[in-house]
Design a protein around this ligand. Structure first.
Ligand code: PEP
Length: 251
């Protein structure tokens, strides 16, 4: 059985004082959650979130990592830096990074390897654009994106990694993949992993859905056999909404 994982992606939102306020409000609301709970926050919020999350099971996540250990890379953060700040999870290859910051499948793979080598868990984002789905390329594309991102990892490391299937057309748009669409594509991703790393490994890898997931649609999505959690953007910015997504299995 795979333990579900619900991760909030705050994107470029929340100052340190706002971050403290949000996590302080979230803490009692997610107490006793049956899933892993992660908040992926701007680096300037790491200390505030770490402090506010003390005594809870809320884990700290980052939204990117550079693949070099150190050096002349102005504005970037290394895996070692994140690790020392208490980061456990790193979102890698989010479609916004691919779209606005020139992230490629190759650099995603380098970042994944740096993240894993530092002892953190990557949340690797894959997903198709609307026109790619309409042209029938979804399955081939997400399989390729997943396998190239994982290239060079051992079976054990793949089993521990988290994949987030995020159809680009569903991110921040209010459009949600149907439960069946999400389940089917996540099944395709798992099959691709099984083809290269074996069924036992693929059955351990957690694969989330991401794209306008919210308190209203979370139950239907999480009831699907292949969906192991969610990567949540907009609905992670309010404690009450995020806690309702985290509590998808509660009434
Ligand atoms: C995301 O940023 O990964 C995301 C899924 O955003 P939203 O939930 O707002 O669609």
């Amino acid at each position: 059985m795979r333990k579900p994982i619900i991760a909030g992606n705050w994107k470029m939102n929340k100052t340190p004082s706002e971050a403290k306020e949000l996590v302080t409000a979230l803490k009692p609301l997610v107490k006793g959650a049956s899933c892993d709970v992660v908040v992926c926050v701007p680096a300037v919020d790491f200390a505030a979130v770490k402090e506010a999350a003390k005594g809870s099971s809320i884990k700290l996540g980052a939204q990117n990592v550079h693949f070099k250990e150190s050096g002349a890379y102005t504005g970037e953060l290394s895996a070692k830096m994140l690790k020392e700040c208490g980061v456990d999870y790193v979102v890698i290859g989010h479609s916004e990074r691919r779209q606005y910051f020139g992230e490629t499948d190759e650099t995603v793979n380098l970042r994944v390897k740096a993240c894993v080598a530092a002892g953190m868990t990557p949340i690797i984002c894959v997903g198709e654009k609307k026109e790619q789905r309409e042209a029938g390329y979804t399955n081939a594309l997400v399989s390729y994106q997943t396998l190239i991102a994982l290239e060079g990892l051992t079976d054990k490391e793949v089993a521990k990694a988290v994949i987030a299937y995020e159809p680009v057309w569903a991110i921040g748009t209010g459009l949600v993949a149907t439960d069946e669409q999400a389940n089917e594509t996540i099944g395709v991703i798992r099959k691709a992993i099984a083809g290269k790393y074996g069924k036992a490994t693929a059955n351990k890898t957690r694969i989330q859905y991401g794209g306008s997931m919210n308190p209203k649609n979370v139950k239907g999505l999480m009831a699907q056999s292949e969906i192991d959690g969610g990567l949540i953007g907009g609905a992670s910015l309010k404690a009450e909404d995020f806690s309702k997504v985290v509590g998808f299995d509660k009434e």
